[in-house]
Design a binder for this molecule. Structure first.
Ligand code: AMP
Ligand code: ZN
Length: 466
């Protein structure tokens, strides 16, 4: 498999540290608010990567942290604590807030068929590990105490800026406002490993440490949680593109200083989902959540299909039109996959040929759009029987997770399934084409009587349930 590596800025042949095994780390959500659909794009593409590695036969261990402490309103380690601000806003304790939004995050993931990582570790559960690693960094001379805080000394490294290719514009998600120079730092890029003093409001959660009562910085949590569960070598570290600097740059600095050898070989970054108005930002508010999409009659699987239709290394613009096109295409695709009859027996040679095309697409730096084209090729194939086609849909769906063969539950007792509604829509389109408008109106009215409303768009007819 070929995979782009942000560290080397090239598409490289993926070779894990230990043959057959992949150790994968994912920066998890900061749980002070709902995930927006941009965050979910990142988790969705990481899910496809994990599933494809498993599909390709690797034994994958995937670890994700939950940032329930230490992520300040500026990624540069200054500003107010996002968790504390959220807790005040919602009149909850920090831990109540974290639990509420962690549960909400995994509920969204479940709706989107995003698999839960093997290990999910909230940062508040690993403070001893942070203290141990920071102590070692102090002993090795990579960290210093100043003004009550412990800082990582970036001047001790041969090279601090290991990622060169980021564009400042891509990285900033409204995190720069409120950044003030910290006079305690010896070097501009030094960052906090442990806080005991903040000029902002006092932290609610604090722990005793050799440097005084306080709390850890954000970056140290990912390094420590990755090392705790994955050992000294990580094969793939994932996150959104905004994490490249400073978060991942700092993770590499402190992990390699601690370990004394290179740490993670592949850095997988997903480009942002933006709206037509610009970037989507959790800290600025006014963002789109999965629930909001569902309230508008859209479905999680339509969103999944929308994301898979574009490459993870391109930014993606969400608009009503682009979404509606993808949603229509998904509904049509699904009604077609469901309509394929289970006839004959699976033809092994045909199955292998189309599977090979699918793998070639995915091996090409996770080209999910091309993989979807392979699905359409199976649908259209004249040389495959129904049983082989269905076997291929099920096989590809182990990676794509688009519920291609899952019959929708009827919404109301005796109500129509999605497939049946699509059939009615097709019958109405045929009636219109034959200029039988009375029949077309009858179908529309009959559906409306069952609470199913049709909307005609240039890309086709869509439906919503009341
Ligand atoms: P956070 O909860 O803010 O720590 O972010 C969770 C994940 O979403 C991180 O991997 C971010 O890099 C990523 N992310 C943030 N904004 C966007 C966006 N607009 N599009 C895609 N991913 C994003
Ligand atoms: Zn992280």
């Amino acid at each position: 498999m070929k995979l782009y590596n942000t560290l080397t800025r090239t598409v490289e042949e993926f070779v894990p540290h230990e043959p057959g095994k992949v150790k994968m780390y994912t920066c998890g959500p900061t749980v002070y608010n709902f995930a927006h659909i941009g965050n979910l794009r990142t988790y969705l593409m990481e899910d496809v990567l994990e599933k494809y590695l498993r599909y390709a036969g690797y034994d994958v261990t995937r670890v994700m942290n939950i940032t329930d402490i230490g992520h300040l309103s500026s990624d540069a380690d200054s500003g107010e604590d996002k968790m504390l601000l959220g807790a005040k806003r919602e009149h909850k304790t920090v831990l109540e807030l974290a639990k509420f939004y962690t549960d909400a995050f995994f509920a969204d993931c479940e709706k989107l068929n995003i698999k839960r990582p093997d290990v999910v570790q909230p940062a508040t559960g690993c403070v001893e590990d942070f203290i141990r690693v920071i102590s070692s960094l102090m002993e090795k001379g990579y960290a210093y105490k100043a003004g009550g805080n412990v800082y990582f000394d970036t001047s001790k490294l041969k090279q601090y800026h290991v990622f060169f290719n980021f564009k400042e514009d891509d990285l900033e998600v409204g995190v720069r406002e409120g950044v003030e120079e910290d006079g305690n730092k010896r070097n501009k890029n030094d960052f906090v490993l442990w806080f005991t003093k903040s000029k902002f409001e006092d932290q609610a959660l604090k722990w005793d440490s050799p440097w005084g009562v306080g709390y850890p910085g954000w970056h140290i949590e990912c390094s420590c949680i990755a090392m705790k569960y994955l050992g000294e070598y990580v094969d793939i570290h994932c996150g959104g593109i905004d994490n490249v600097f400073p978060h991942h740059t700092n993770e590499i600095a402190q992990s390699e200083a601690y370990l004394g050898h290179p740490w993670c070989r592949w850095w997988f970054h997903v480009l942002h989902l933006n709206t037509q108005g610009g970037k989507m930002s959790k800290s600025k508010g006014g963002f789109l959540t999965l629930q909001k999409l569902c309230d508008e009659g859209k479905t999680p699987m339509e969103y999944r299909f929308f994301c898979l239709g574009s490459h993870y290394r391109h930014s993606l613009v969400y608009s009503e039109d682009t979404f509606e096109n993808a949603a229509n295409a998904y509904r049509k695709l699904k009604s077609r996959t469901l309509a394929v009859a289970e006839e004959g027996t699976v033809d092994a040679e045909g199955f292998a040929r189309y599977k090979q095309a699918f793998c070639a697409a995915m091996d090409d730096d996770l080209n999910t759009a091309q993989a979807i084209t392979c699905l359409y090729d199976v649908l259209k194939a004249k040389d495959l029987n129904g049983a082989t086609k269905r076997a291929l849909f099920a096989d590809f769906d182990r990676v794509l997770s688009l519920d291609l063969l899952k019959e929708e539950k009827k919404e109301v007792a005796g109500g129509l399934s999605d497939g049946e509604i699509e059939e009615q829509i097709a019958a109405r389109a045929a009636a219109k084409k034959a200029k039988n408008y009375a029949e077309a109106d009858r179908i529309r009215a009959e559906l409306a009587a069952q609470g199913i409303l049709l909307t005609d768009t240039p890309a086709g007819t869509t439906f919503t349930r009341k």
